[in-house]
Design a protein around this ligand. Structure first.
Ligand code: ADE
Ligand code: ZN
Length: 363
């Protein structure tokens, strides 16, 4: 179902040329107004320090930081593992169904402000069940927030349950068993956490089972890991979409294959900067990926830790790479094309997007 607020997306103020009168450049104004989907967001990575402290207080948990500012100061990462250590520690404040609800509803409210119409949201059940929080508590809290957001905010969302790749396949198998009891609430399964040394093929059997159960399939690959991990994600796991995947550019045959299959890649620029995948956003591969005909989208990954939500990511690459208006529009449109919305809804959403852009061009 497409949210009712779908049209119109552009107001009367879209004709400005250089500056919008709001202090925004015209391109930034366009970014703020473009409808979009977010397809790569770890809901636990949207846990802002303020909410983390509030939940810690509510649950009688002592955090090893004396203030929100001290916690933010600790967000200095030189690689993925530095971040993951803090990320798993941060999620320890999530205990009750209400906590998971509050986390997801806060994110969905923030996403709607960025004109996000549809979200495909990762969650890490093993990060919670290992601490004694039940799978049902996690899924029911997130689902309650999604239902409330659909009713009150007009934003749609679905859940992707990720397996933690630093754990073994047997642990992932048990997690899949738990998910089967909640089949209707979960759209897909994914693969995240420490990439190097944990290739996708480690999870061949559990992904085959997930496919048989009707889940859509996703995997982080080619974030820190080599192009060979992207090959495994598509050929061994049979994923429907690759998360990150920018290291595919190191392998021309792989690029040709991804382009031929219109395999979507969910790119997360501010994450790449903060995890030192790129030393500077002016060197970010996003535009090169577009030039190689890859179906790329822009996403926030873990916005509370990486300094920006989806529109911040758009603005950062727009500025650093000098993206043109048509490139920005193409990235937002790709997010609908790459989504896993039911096919009729997706076609309706893309048609509405195209109508909105056409009206923008006419004025
Ligand atoms: N879990 C949360 N964010 C992640 C990322 N960027 N890569 C791998 N696992 C993650
Ligand atoms: Zn991610």
């Amino acid at each position: 179902m497409i949210p009712e607020k779908w049209e119109p997306v552009f107001g009367k103020d879209h004709a400005q040329t250089k500056r919008t009168g709001t202090g925004m450049t015209n391109h930034d104004w366009l970014i703020s107004r473009l409808p979009k989907c977010e397809l790569h967001i770890h809901i636990e990575g949207s846990l802002e320090p303020e909410l983390m402290f509030a939940l810690a207080r509510r649950n009688g948990i002592r955090l090893p930081y004396e203030s929100v500012e001290a916690l933010r100061r600790a967000y200095q990462f030189t690689r993925l593992q530095d971040f993951l250590d803090i990320y798993y520690q941060g999620m320890s404040v999530l205990i009750t169904e209400q906590d998971f609800h509050d986390l997801a509803f806060a994110y969905l409210t923030r996403a709607q402000a960025d004109n996000v119409h549809h979200v495909e949201m990762f969650f890490d059940p093993q990060g919670h069940t290992a601490r004694g929080v039940s799978f049902t508590t996690v899924v029911d809290g997130l689902t309650a927030a999604i239902e409330k957001a659909r009713a009150e905010l007009g934003i749609s969302a679905s859940l992707i349950m990720c397996f933690l790749r630093h754990l073994d396949e047997a642990d992932a198998e048990r997690t899949l068993d738990s998910a089967l009891a909640h089949r209707a609430k979960i759209m897909g399964v994914g693969l995240d956490s420490s990439e190097l040394g944990h290739p996708p093929a480690k999870f061949t059997r559990v992904f085959a089972r997930a496919r048989d159960a009707g889940f859509s399939l996703f995997a982080h690959a080619g974030e820190e890991g080599p192009p060979g991990y992207v090959w495994e994600a598509i050929d061994v796991l049979g994923v429907d979409r690759v998360d990150h995947g920018h290291r595919s550019l190191e392998d021309d045959t792989l690029v040709a294959r991804l382009a031929r299959d219109r395999m979507a890649l969910t790119v997360c620029p501010l994450s790449n900067l903060r995890l030192r995948v790129v030393d500077d956003l002016t060197h970010h591969p996003l535009r090169r990926m577009m030039q190689r005909d890859l179906l790329v989208t822009v996403n926030s990954d873990d916005p509370a830790y990486f300094g920006g939500y989806v529109n911040d990511n758009f603005r950062a690459v727009r500025q650093s790479l000098g993206l043109e208006r048509d490139e920005i529009i193409a990235l937002a449109r790709n997010s609908f094309v790459a989504s896993m919305m039911p096919e009729p809804d997706k076609q309706e959403a893309i048609a509405a997007f195209d109508r909105a852009i056409a009206s923008l061009h006419r004025s």
